[in-house]
Design a protein around this ligand. Sequence first.
Ligand code: UD1
Ligand code: CA
Length: 466
Amino acid sequence: MISLPEYPDLQVCVLAAGQGKRMRSNQPKVLHKVLGRAMIDYVLHTVEELRPKSIAVVTGHASEQVRAHVGQPANLSWVIQDKQLGTGHAVKQCEEVIRDVRDVLIVCGDTPLLRSDTLSALVDVHRSNDAAVTVLTAKVDEPYGYGRIQRDAKGNVTGIVEEKDASDDERRIAEVSSGIYCVRHDVLFDLLYKIGNRNAQGEYYLPDIVPLALANDQRVDAIAMRDMAEMIGVNNRVQLSEVEDLMQQRIIRDWQMQGVTVEKPDTVRIEATVNLGVDVVIQAGCYLIGSTRVGDGCRVGPNAVLVDAWLDDDVEVFAFSHIYSANVGAGTQIGPYGRLRPGTVLGEDVHVGNFVEIKNSIVDRGSKINHLSYIGDTDMGSGCNVGAGSITCNYDGANKHRTRIGDDVFVGSDTKLIAPVEVHSGATIGAGSIVSKDVESGGLTLSERPDQRHIANWQRPSKRKG
Ligand code: UD1
Ligand code: CA
């Protein structure tokens, strides 16, 4: 981690009032998620790293939803922009909440890849140049959609022209505005009061402060950022997936640097909210989602899905297993094709084999359920062995019932345990049993088996010819 300077005399404004029409969504744009985390959360986290005096977030469209999502951090103030009349108008709404700072850093809520060291460099350059306005720019291959940076023959910035207002020549300009500005507080609002809305969109454009400041003989700098990817603004779902890909590369790289092996990283999804230990191996095609946490030395995959899963150390999750909202003890093995559903808690060294589904159950240390079984609403002790094809019949069509199994119980293959039922420690149940009464410990319990017959001279049918 690079340590950044702190900025106690800096105000941050985050613009997040737009509906995001191009997303075609019922959800406000900044709440759309990139690898499991809302875009606004990335931006707020990034600006927070500068330790600014305060952060103002401008909301308008669906502001209740945005506020409910973010909550109320101490240094954050909410500013309402009733009508979305443009980015300049949005910043103007912040006038009342900005006090006693040197500069105002303006960022958009739809640029989740932005990094705090980039912002810190922007503020530092702005201050060392003693500029009135500094805009962060980038040279891009596809400038479509962004404001283009206009420069004079000497290379000095003269203005910013929006896509919809640009001439064909201007549209060919490859240097674009990131939408991120650092502006001296003592000039910002004078400039904002002067901007008009005579343009293609009838909006008050924040970029118009550039020519206005120049007209006042105030210094304006446009500085290019190193990694243009950081400024990608998400306006539609195509850009959302582009940003997600870039974020995924970043997150995987970070985990690799912290001791995680990721095989075929292009095929893996590891959300921003996931936590991984050292010497974890994530194989191809795995999805690690939500609050998933994987302990040291675990091996997962290929093609496993972990959603809000908690794995202690040295767990092995084999191919095509699915774990959703379950806890797995150290040294336990799952799959291939295992499925753990919500409320499942497995102890240490448990074996859950292929085509086994476990739901809302506790399975204690060393127990084995290795083949084709369903265990639901069950408390199982340690050292048990559940034979292939055994099922807890937990649902009577209206209510769920629990099955209780003690320690060291042997359940023969193809047994049906009809809940509610209890199997005491040390019991053995014969294969093919239907158990509807409590089973005592010791001895052998089995239900009546249908008779077996033999027909000696029986002929196997053969295939008809022709
Ligand atoms: C904007 C910039 C453009 C820049 C690009 C970078 C303007 C006019 N254009 O274009 O120069 O290249 O960002 O990504 O500034 N917002 C409000 N209130 C409003 C309008 C917008 O809060 O009235 C917010 C939006 O929620 C969004 C941000 O401002 O977070 C930018 O708005 P958006 O509509 O995405 O602007 P772009 O067309 O991307
Ligand atoms: Ca945008």
